[in-house]
Each structure stands twice: as C-alpha cells, then as structure tokens.
Design a binder for this molecule. Sequence first.
Ligand code: B1M
Length: 232
Amino acid sequence: MAIDFEELANAIVKGDMETATSMTAQGLEEGKAAGREDLVVAKEVLNKGLIGGMDIISELWVQEKIFIPEVLISAKVMHSCMDLLRPILEASKEPPRGIMVIGTVKGDLHDIGQNIVGMMLKGNGFEVHNIGPNAAPEKFVNKVRETEANLVGLSALLTTTMPMQRETIKILESEGILEKAAVMVGGAPVTADWAEKIDADGYAPDAAHAVNLARQLVDDLREELGEAAMAN
Ligand code: B1M
C-alpha cells in the first residue's frame, strides 16, 4: 500500500518527527518492494509529501495561524526527512558535469530550498559545495577559488536579502570569478526580471528548472572558454 502523502505533509505541519521520518522511510521501502526506481520514489516523497507540508506551513504563517517556533519545528522535521532522501537524490555515477558553489546570501537564514537544489544537482552529476545559509560574498569567493567551481548559486528568500544577491554578484565580478564561472539565482521572491537586473546569468523557480539551467550554463561556458580552460 502506498503511503498517504497528505498524512506525511500533515506530520511536517504538526512537527511530528516520529511520524514524518517513519512515513518517509516507509515510502522508500514500499517503492522498492513494488520494484519502482528509488530516485522516482524519493522525488515523489519530496514533492508530494515534504514540500507539500512546507507549502501548508507558508499558508498558515501568512494567515498568522502559526508563529516562528512552530515554523522552526517543522523545518527541523523537514531536514530530518530530507536526510533520509539525501543518499538517493545525491547518488550519481557520472563524472562531474560541473562544479558548483551554492549558498543562501548573507543575512538570510532560510536553507531548505537551497539544500534541495544542491541535492538535485548532485544527483544530476554536479560536484556541489554547499556553504549554507547567511553566506557572505567573501565566503562564495573563497570557496569558488578553493574548488575551482564554474557555477555559483545564490539563494534568497527575503525581499530584504535580494539586494545581497546583487552585492555578491558585484564582488564575484570585481574578484575576477565571473571570467570563468556563471552565476544563477533563485528563491521564492526572486524573478527572471530581477535576475536580469542584477546581471545574473540565469534564474530558476525550482529545483527541477535549476538542474536544467545549470546544465545549460555549464555547456555555454564550455563553448565560450573551451574544454582546456574549464579544466583549469
Ligand atoms: Co521565513 N519568511 N522568515 N523562516 N519562511 C518566508 C520566506 C516568508 C515568505 C513567510 C511569509 O511571511 N509569508 C517571509 C518573507 C517575506 C518577504 O521578504 N517577502 C519570511 C520572513 C518574514 C521571515 C523572518 C523575517 C520572520 C521574522 O523573524 N519576523 C525571519 C528571517 C530570518 C532571516 O533569514 N534572517 C524568518 C525565519 C524563518 C525560519 C528560521 C523560522 C524558517 C527557516 C528555517 C530554515 O530554512 N532552516 C522560515 C521558513 C521555513 C519560511 C517559509 C515558511 C518556508 C520557506 C521554505 O523552506 N520553503 C517561507 C514562506 C514561503 O517561502 N512562502 C518564509 C520550502 C522550500 C522548498 O521552498 O525555499 O522557496 P523555497 O525553495 C524552492 C525555490 O524557491 C527554489 O527551489 C526550491 C525548491 O524547489 N530555489 C532556488 C530556492 N533557492 C534556489 C536557488 C537557485 C534556484 C532555485 O539557484 C541558485
């Protein structure tokens, strides 16, 4: 019997760690027993159950029916469930398509969305270095230099931290990072117009689009710089 995604989403909303984690594990086991591909089942549990739960949280918060402590508890449960999906979503047998440094910009503590984007990219053959939330521009610069990344991902969930995406891009530019790397932006309040305004190379509204965009940006860079430059 397949798990009830609505019940899983409600467990996230209620902050019920035991039910949410056991249902996530059960969903994976039942998918396997039914002979379904692990990756397909993990994506289904993520999208229909876990993200479904966070969508309800967002709605309840807007209506002021819940407050920060409840949101924090649900986020913690979400993280624990994502830990169970991580090995499947991140598994990739291919050599890296590209190297990405991803983080949420300085001043912004939201990290659920960028963790999902990072996991999906890893699962699609990218080497991903996640520098976490509240990441200052210098942290992006240093990590790109250390890892020789050719992609930088900047997440922002607050209208007040969106300008920090612009600031980070300016610093990446002035440090010469963007001569060999492309930059993409995302996060709930971010739009394609904003991305264009701040000179980002691309914008993705969700993790699935982020994977396609990352592939496109790396292919474009390869064409522009040639294979040899990409390897240095
Ligand atoms: Co915050 N919060 N929060 N919060 N929070 C929002 C963002 C808000 C919209 C809620 C609301 O009022 N409706 C609102 C922002 C309003 C605005 O600016 N327009 C808000 C606010 C106001 C705040 C505080 C200021 C509240 C306060 O203190 N008074 C405060 C700020 C703290 C800070 O950052 N300095 C705050 C705090 C928090 C918690 C800590 C309690 C918690 C975060 C816990 C954590 O992340 N570890 C939290 C949460 C959970 C939310 C909501 C409810 C859910 C965010 C989330 O995880 N969504 C959120 C409501 C909302 O977004 N509608 C809200 C699920 C996640 C899967 O989606 O992150 O959008 P998302 O990621 C998606 C896409 O956006 C995209 O792909 C992801 C997967 O598909 N994407 C990218 C994301 N990054 C990408 C990068 C890419 C490409 C795609 O390329 C690089």
